[in-house]
Design a protein around this ligand. Structure first.
Ligand code: DQA
Length: 141
């Protein structure tokens, strides 16, 4: 199973960024956790981050016919991006939406998700462990 793991804007700042909300692990630590779990589950992962909406859109388009599942933490673009929503609509593979925090319990502008209607499952509020849970969910589908 080939899995694309996409991370949106500011997630490259994990560890430094609001640690009281996002914890003290860096994105590299998260990648390491995912690689370890993927190896255990016999999955192969491609772990990426971008601060650019268009780059994320292109990566999603390229995933068509190339991967078996997508895990996406679109970060702030979750709440704004029709472009990412439309790109995800091109895929007919399972999409798991991940958030480290639980946006639904935070500011009102985080309550809308353009990803959620297309996601097989949403994992939110479980910290960075949510990425590992998403890999387990994909393994079971
Ligand atoms: C986030 C939640 C979003 O609201 C926020 O913009 C992020 C991170 C999370 O993982 O909890 O950048 O997606």
């Amino acid at each position: 199973m080939n899995i694309l793991i996409l991370n949106g804007p500011n997630l490259n700042m994990l560890g430094l960024r609001e640690p009281e909300i996002y914890g003290d692990k860096t994105l590299d630590d998260v990648k390491g956790m995912c690689l370890e779990k993927a190896q255990e589950l016999g999955q192969s992962i491609d772990f990426r981050q971008s601060n650019h909406e268009g780059e994320l859109v292109t990566w999603i388009q390229d995933a068509r016919d190339a991967v078996d599942g997508v895990i996406i933490n679109a970060a702030a673009y979750t709440h704004t991006s029709v472009a990412i929503h439309d790109a995800l609509k091109l895929l007919d593979i399972p999409i798991i939406e991940v958030h480290i925090s639980d946006p639904k319990t935070r500011e009102e502008f985080r309550h809308i998700s353009y990803i959620e209607p297309l996601a097989k499952k949403v994992v939110a509020g479980k910290g960075v462990e949510g990425y590992v849970l998403a890999l387990e969910i994909l393994a079971k589908l």
